[in-house]
Design a binder for this molecule. Structure first.
Ligand SMILES: NC(=O)c1ccc[n+]([C@@H]2O[C@H](COP(=O)([O-])OP(=O)(O)OC[C@H]3O[C@@H](n4cnc5c(N)ncnc54)[C@H](OP(=O)(O)O)[C@@H]3O)[C@@H](O)[C@H]2O)c1
Length: 293
């Protein structure tokens, strides 16, 4: 594999992707403001110059609540992947695209996981725009893999874990409420980047759920993270109604990596093991980063 392009290269997943693909000849990262890939002309001009063999699309409009009132999320989440897929089809390249648990309604009975053959029924603008991106790709080309992930955390940028650590360090004795009625599969962006590499190398096509094994609530996740880090906390479980948001959060975001397992490609371990390794590798750096805020 050579000439790999990673879009959204300054984002949480994109940065890990650049690390995982770093020794691949002709690896390139691109992000805003260099090229707005949702602009079809700018996108094609850039791709025609670069001629990537594989495109890993990590670019997206990921501010879930902002999507409710900002229709421009459709450009990044639906139009951008469509342009990439059109170019891939016309140039015999391969597209790995990253999607989300939000393409599902989240209304499955607890703790039943969604598999790739379940019918997507997005309820939020973010979910609808991401689903439109998936459909646009599948209409343009067969040369694609779509990996749906959820509850991402990584070394770069902000995430739920860093927020909970910051709030705890800023208020060491305060009881902090954490939502305990939404369930999902927390996923380390570094492992997802490694999984993307395996899929890209094999040019495995179709839809793949790509999250850690098992599930937990946000409360479980926050407690486990701080305990792994050795930081005392006073988290208190609460219901979603304590944190009203413009987008209703899915109660059940649990995904099952059925296709990856059937094709013997699944790299993910349990969310507890993944989190433990994340803390072992990144814990000191994250503590330093959050203490410096
Ligand atoms: N984060 C999660 O918990 C989560 C959960 C499920 C699925 N996902 C999916 O995983 C993927 C990666 O997420 P992430 O957390 O790494 O996202 P991220 O940190 O927000 O990174 C996305 C990157 O894409 C860039 N981008 C946006 N519009 C663009 C455009 N028109 N042209 C070029 N670049 C553009 C963004 O630039 P700006 O910052 O300048 O806008 C940003 O650097 C996304 O597809 C997301 O939908 C994420």
């Amino acid at each position: 594999m050579q000439n790999v392009l990673i879009t959204g290269a300054k984002g949480q997943l994109g940065k890990d992707g650049l690390g995982v693909f770093k020794e691949v000849p002709g690896i390139t990262g691109i992000d805003l403001p260099e090229v707005d890939l949702s602009d079809r002309f700018a996108c094609f001009e850039f791709l025609n110059r670069l001629k990537p063999e594989v495109i890993i699309n990590c670019a997206a409009y990921t501010a879930v609540d902002a999507c409710e009132s900002d229709p421009s999320c459709w450009k990044a989440n639906a139009e951008l992947p469509e342009h990439l897929a059109e170019w891939v089809e016309n140039n015999h390249a391969f597209l790995v695209h990253v999607s989300t648990d939000y393409v599902f309604s989240g209304n499955k009975p607890l703790y039943e996981a969604s598999v790739e053959t379940d019918l997507p029924e997005p309820v939020s603008e973010y979910g609808k725009s991401k689903r439109a991106g998936e459909q646009a790709i599948a209409e343009q080309t067969d040369r694609f893999a779509i990996l749906r992930t959820a509850w991402l955390y990584g070394a770069n940028g902000n995430n739920f874990l860093k927020t909970m650590l910051r709030l705890t360090l800023q208020n060491p004795k305060k009881k902090l409420k954490v939502v305990n009625d939404q369930y999902g599969s927390p996923t380390w962006s570094y492992t997802l980047a490694r999984q993307i590499r395996v899929v890209a190398e094999q040019q495995a096509t179709g839809f793949f759920h790509a999250t850690s094994e098992g599930y937990c609530s946000w409360y479980d996740l926050a407690c486990t993270f701080l305990e792994e880090l050795g930081v005392e906390h006073h988290f208190v479980p609460c219901g979603s109604e304590a944190f009203p948001t413009p987008t209703k959060r899915p109660a059940n975001s649990i995904l099952e990596n059925k296709n990856l397992k059937e094709r013997e490609m699944n790299l993910f371990r349990s969310w507890e093991e993944e989190l433990s390794e994340y803390v072992a590798q990144q814990g000191e750096k994250i503590l330093k980063e959050i203490r410096a805020l």
